[in-house]
Write a protein that binds this ligand. Sequence first.
Ligand code: SAM
Length: 243
Amino acid sequence: THFGFSQVPVEQKQAKVGAVFDSVARRYDAMNDLMSFGVHRMWKRFTIAKSGVRKGYSVLDIAGGTGDLSRKFADIVGPEGRVVLADINASMLEVGRTRMLNEGYAAPLEYVQANAEKLPFPEDSFDCVSIAFGLRNVTDKDAALAEMCRVLKPGGRLLVLEFSKPQNPLLAKMYDAYSFKALPMMGKLVAQDSDSYKYLAESIRMHPDQETMLGMLQTAGLSLCKYYNLSDGIVALHTGIKA
Ligand code: SAM
């Protein structure tokens, strides 16, 4: 199989994304650390720092996977708060839930299987909505952003953490070589699965750059939109407020 997305019809994309995450779920956390040299932890800490989340807040972490952000949010909001870890993929949710239970997390965490494009929550539900390394996998990104805006309370904050465009041309070249050559090779060696990691590289290359993403947040109805380049723009955090 080959997960090249540029050649497949839109209906098949969701199924392929499902297959990718089914196959990586158990090794997901280890591979994250390995492939980003642990730097993803720093990107996530930065995101939490910019979230404005406090004790008692309600937070939705969509495409939350194994729950890196959710568990940090849970620590902050405490038992009076609410953290919903939502993901479209049952295997990822299950790995996340097991890991959380093993670490002794119960309340305020909830687990919901949901598609970012159609969120099963009423409008004005959350003080903060986050999506980390998830939007890139979503077929209709504009629909997903509009949904995230809808479920935010007025004054609530959206956080989109995602791969973006490296600013330095030399770094961009090295990074390209790393993602298209080294990543699939590591995927093959460590996880006996180079296709999923080829998909990763391709999905990163096809994802909108910083300014395009900024425009998409504005189109979705968010105000005061801005972004922060992390690691020279390999990753960007976009934020916006629901007016
Ligand atoms: N947020 C976690 C993190 O930062 O480690 C997990 C990121 S993982 C790379 C991407 C996640 O997006 C996967 O768990 C996948 O199942 C989920 N996903 C893909 N498409 C989705 C969709 N349409 N709606 C919700 N989640 C989706």
